[in-house]
Write a protein that binds this ligand. Structure first.
Ligand code: NAP
Length: 211
């Protein structure tokens, strides 16, 4: 059984954990306050879930999901994630995260910041433009005409293929926006950020995005 390690177990992290256990993964979840604070979620998720520290969750994961407020990305442990596929769900909200000059001047993107913090990991941007609650309501079987699609971006083709497979298992088509530096096309305030979109619609949204 493959393990997904989660660094962050809030709105998005808990939902990804629910999808993961429902699709046959084991999960190791973590937050900033300590494993004991996650007991209710572990109880809900069942025998294939446990809580740990962020470093332990990173160590345990075949895939690691970083799903914390962006302001805390530098606290994500580096060594346990080396060599691993790391999914980044973060978005930049200055009112929450404080101002980050290189994002304000659009010289980089959130996932490139995480990639720079985790130089030996393979970061793939995913799950950033869907409301947390919809992760467990909007999935549909592969081949459904109206199936919702989600965007990925990343610099490692094999890592992206793995994430596309995960999304497919979870009930979503994938639209590849290209390398991490193209991730801005699905950042806050772009056309594709938030609404339910099929793959064709989302491709148009990405093309129409303006910085
Ligand atoms: N909510 C959405 O619908 C949504 C959708 C797409 C993307 N996102 C993005 O995904 C990220 C997570 O959003 P969210 O809504 O899930 O946030 P959230 O509900 O506030 O949860 C954040 C989680 O991160 C944990 N955390 C914070 N700092 C940490 C650290 N240094 N080490 C380990 N864990 C840490 C928190 O733990 P404690 O509670 O113990 O502090 C909490 O479990 C954000 O960047 C957000 O912009 C959110």
């Amino acid at each position: 059984m493959k393990t997904i390690g989660l660094i962050g177990a809030g709105h998005i992290g808990s939902q990804i954990a629910r999808l993961a256990v429902a699709h046959g993964y084991s999960v190791v979840i973590s937050n900033s306050r300590g494993p004991e604070t996650l007991a209710p979620l572990v109880a809900e998720l069942g025998p294939n879930a446990r809580a740990a520290t962020p470093a332990e969750a990173g160590q345990a994961g075949d895939i690691v999901v970083v799903t914390v407020p962006l302001k805390n990305y530098r606290q994500v442990p580096v060594a346990p994630l080396a060599g691993k596929l790391v999914i980044d769900t973060t978005n930049y909200y200055p009112q929450r995260d404080g101002h980050i000059p290189e994002l304000d001047n659009e010289s980089t993107t959130t996932s490139e910041l995480l990639q720079a913090h985790l130089p030996a990991s393979k970061v793939v941007k995913a799950f950033n433009h869907i409301y947390a609650a919809q992760l467990t309501t909007d999935g549909l079987p592969a081949g459904t005409k109206t199936r919702r699609a989600l965007v990925i971006a990343g610099d490692d083709a094999a890592a992206k293929a793995t994430v596309a497979g995960l999304l497919d298992q979870f009930g979503f088509d994938t639209v590849d926006a290209g390398p991490l530096k193209e991730g801005w096309r699905i950042q806050r305030d772009t056309p594709g950020y938030g609404p339910r979109r099929t793959a064709d619609e989302l491709r148009k949204d990405l093309a129409a995005a303006k910085r």
